[in-house]
Design a protein around this ligand. Structure first.
Ligand code: ADP
Ligand code: MG
Ligand code: ZN
Length: 505
């Protein structure tokens, strides 16, 4: 341990264990549904297998393995000939069998990699392994009292009792373990965002569902002079560094907050000449801090042994058979070349598969650049403003295309389409033609515009005089009058031309 007097610079070293729920129809070892019913009662979506009743036997869900293979391929990982399940033994009420079926020395995927961007730079993190396991049940600590349960929910140390719900138990999880390749808490966010993008592209992950991605974040402080120029750290240094593991962080932002807190807390410990305790800590989202939970378990505590109820599984052939779709990076590059889009627009349009799919439909019907403006700027901008996502409009592609058509054919001005029609479509669920009719936005007919031009000239003799005297502003003023008269539905270019003609006479 470095003493305060000879203290070297310290750098945070971070590795993640990310748990993602795989979006299968049924649980990983039984036929129970993975989809919570609205307002379902606790412990109703269960059976003898996921309740861990004596004698019940697990049957492996093929869809979970397929999803796992897809993750492995997307992470460029090795998929072995054969994989094996193990029992990880520990006693905790969320685990009805007192062991979790997981994987140990023969995981489904190993040695992968994920590239992501952080502050405009490309980064790469090595994936040590990714394995299948079952989600435990969920636990709620509560206090006695009359108010509703939500309000009485509390932390374990304040609780009068604990409630257990096994509806979640047995949901398939993929645990993705990185090498300790992160050096900044902020970079973890970029990684998690990218990981979610990839999982969503694979069609095996529902980012919107509660607790679908949970992170355990490991951090130690390492003396900068023990980190090589290429960023690598010798195994012995990593093993020697005392690290903490912050458990069960459920958001990207939470991961960054917890790690920043942990980095400064450890730095303070070391500065004060104290040794960092190797322990498991809990992230308090409300306070943005971490608190000690328990001494860190070691592998030997878990008494891993092979799950005799599930024979080794041959997976080699699946790797060849299972195909994965074009992933975000590849799609972004294709958008840049195929549609000639800038880097930023291409990124915006590919960060979610549903957006990219929507864009490609629109780009097939119109000019790709026009389509990009409408989808990336107008539509996503308005959705974002409303705190909504593309999901709100995926089944309204036809209406959106009709809107662009109204603009492209000159029936509605761009301004009216953006500011009135699109907004009413989103806020009131109306189709564009209905909005155009209701608001009288159809482009002003030739007669109407001609009348407005004549009126503007007749009613503003001063401006006409100024125009003839060569004052630049006068024409703009008159254009403004005509636009106001026609309720913004005239085309400014045409008005400009008509006015010049009228004034030349
Ligand atoms: P354990 O067996 O204690 O769970 P592992 O070696 O399996 O530990 O690593 C678990 C996680 O801890 C991995 O994500 C890994 O990247 C991370 N990790 C390992 N060493 C360090 C370290 N010195 N500092 C921070 N994270 C680390
Ligand atoms: Mg571990
Ligand atoms: Zn079940």
């Amino acid at each position: 341990m470095a003493r305060a007097a000879e203290r070297a610079d310290l750098e945070p070293v971070i590795g993640l264990e990310v748990h993602v729920q795989l979006d299968t129809d049924t649980k990983v070892f039984c036929g129970c549904s993975t989809d919570p019913e609205p307002d379902e009662d606790p412990n109703t979506r269960t059976c003898p297998v996921c309740l861990g009743l004596p004698g019940a036997l697990p049957v492996l869900n093929e869809a979970a393995v397929e999803a796992g293979v897809k993750v492995g391929k997307a992470l460029d990982a090795e998929i072995p000939e054969e994989t094996q399940f193990h029992r990880k033994n520990y006693y905790y009420p969320d685990l009805p069998k007192n062991f979790q079926i997981t994987q140990y020395d023969a995981p489904l995927c190993a040695d992968g990699e994920l590239e992501f961007s952080h502050e405009g730079e490309r980064r790469s993190v090595r994936i040590r392994r990714a394995h299948l396991e079952e989600d435990p049940g969920s636990i709620r600590h509560a206090r006695e009292g009359p108010a509703d349960l939500e309000a009485r929910t509390t932390s374990v140390d304040r609780a009068d009792y604990t409630l257990i719900d096994y509806n979640r138990a047995g949901t398939p999880l993929m645990e993705i373990v990185t090498e300790p390749d992160f050096r900044e808490p902020a970079a973890v966010r970029g990684f998690l965002e990218k990981l979610e993008e990839v999982l969503e592209y694979l069609g095996i992950f529902d980012a919107g569902s509660d607790g679908s991605l949970r992170v355990d974040a490991n951090l130690s402080m390492v003396e900068a002079d023990r980190i090589a120029d290429d960023g690598s750290i010798p195994e012995s240094v990593l093993d020697d560094a005392n690290r903490t593991e912050v458990k069960n962080i459920s958001s990207h932002r939470g991961a960054e907050t917890a790690l920043s807190y942990e980095a400064s807390r450890q730095r303070d410990q070391i500065d004060a000449g104290r040794e960092v305790q190797q322990e498991t800590r809990h992230f308090n989202e409300t306070h943005g801090n971490t608190v000690s939970m328990r001494a860190k378990e070691e592998e030997k505590d878990y008494r891993y042994f092979p799950e005799a109820d599930l024979p080794p599984l041959r997976v080699a052939h699946w790797k060849a058979e299972i195909e994965i779709p074009e992933l975000p990076d590849a799609r972004r590059e294709r958008f840049r070349t195929e549609y000639d889009l800038g880097a930023e627009t291409a990124s915006k349009l590919t960060s979610r598969k549903a957006v990219a799919d929507f864009y490609e439909e629109v780009a097939a019907a119109f000019d790709p650049e026009l389509a990009a403006t409408w989808v990336a700027d107008n539509l996503l901008g308005e959705l974002n403003y409303r705190d909504e996502s593309i999901d709100a409009v995926t089944d309204r592609l036809d209406e959106f295309e009709r809107l662009i058509e109204l603009v492209a054919t000159g029936e509605v001005t761009t301004k009216n389409a953006e500011e009135t029609v699109l907004r009413a479509m989103l806020d009131e669920g109306l189709d564009p033609d209905t909005v155009v009719e209701r608001e009288g936005l159809g482009k002003a007919g030739d007669d109407e515009v001609a009348d407005a031009v004549a009126t503007a000239v007749a009613e503003n003799p001063d401006a006409v005089e100024d125009y003839h005297a060569g004052e630049d502003g006068a024409l703009n003023f008159l254009v403004g009058q005509v636009m106001a008269e026609t309720g913004g539905s005239a085309d400014p270019g045409t008005v400009n031309e008509l006015l010049r003609e009228e004034l030349a006479e």
